[in-house]
Design a protein around this ligand. Structure first.
Ligand code: PA5
Ligand code: NI
Length: 224
């Protein structure tokens, strides 16, 4: 297969990558509040906010190498914007040897006292790692393993975070503006969202006196 090095830019502030080859290689995944049902501790606050509108919590721009983009039969799990419609698609295990990469933009806000955050996931292929490079904003990465270890790392511009294999990861925006980061991970990793949807993360990040605090998740369930 023909293989050509390529470049693109990420506009800052903002975090949107420049489109270099049309929509097959730059995919926009949008997660509205309605995609996070059951994920926030304060369910009353969640329902109240949702009643005001299905606000977008975060967006992901994910790149495929132009030469292989059309070989991706299915694209990332989530809501994909195609012609102004959000379409839910299945996860994919494709592109062995490729690296998926792009930017995530987590908007600021709170549900109750819990900050806007990503769904979070284990990789379906558990032994795959991921690298994050923070471009803008303030946040925390909440992580844990099936062995019940946990870690929370602060995210700030210029910081690189290496998420080792086996660690589930969720980014939390603790700042006033967008949290923007670059991510890179093996294309065959896939996303296991179900485990986190069922049991949650051990730790939550909540605002106390205007500052982020790490607290135990009262609803966390141990994996069987
Ligand atoms: O690959 C990653 O871990 C990130 O690109 C995330 O997918 C992104 O931040 C969105 O989070 P999630 O996939 O948990 O909805
Ligand atoms: Ni990941």
């Amino acid at each position: 297969m023909r293989s050509t090095p390529f470049t693109f830019d990420i506009s800052l502030p903002g975090g949107v990558p420049t489109v270099y080859d049309g929509t097959d290689v730059l995919i926009r995944i949008v997660r509205p509040l309605s995609a996070m049902r059951g994920q926030y501790a304060d369910q009353e606050a969640y329902e109240a906010l949702l009643a005001q509108g299905d606000t977008i919590l975060y967006e992901v721009y994910e790149m495929r190498r132009p030469q292989v983009a059309d070989e991706y039969i299915e694209i990332a799990d989530g809501y994909i914007e195609i012609a102004d419609e959000y379409i839910e698609v299945a996860d994919a295990h494709v592109g062995l040897g490729e690296l998926l990469h792009g930017t995530s933009i987590v908007h600021p806000g709170k549900v109750g006292d819990e900050y806007f955050m990503t769904k979070g996931h284990f990789h379906s292929v558990l032994d795959t790692a991921e690298v994050y490079y923070v471009l803008q904003g303030r946040g925390m990465m909440v992580m844990e393993t099936p062995e019940e270890e946990w870690a929370v790392k602060e995210l700030r511009p210029g910081r690189v975070l290496y998420v080792p294999p086996r660690w589930a990861h969720r980014s939390v925006n603790t700042g006033q503006g967008d949290l923007v980061f670059l991510f890179v991970y093996p294309a065959h990793a896939g996303h296991d969202y179900g485990t986190i949807e069922t049991r949650g993360f051990r730790k939550l990040v909540v605002a106390r006196d205007g500052q982020p605090h790490i607290v135990d998740n009262p609803r966390w369930c141990a994996q069987e």
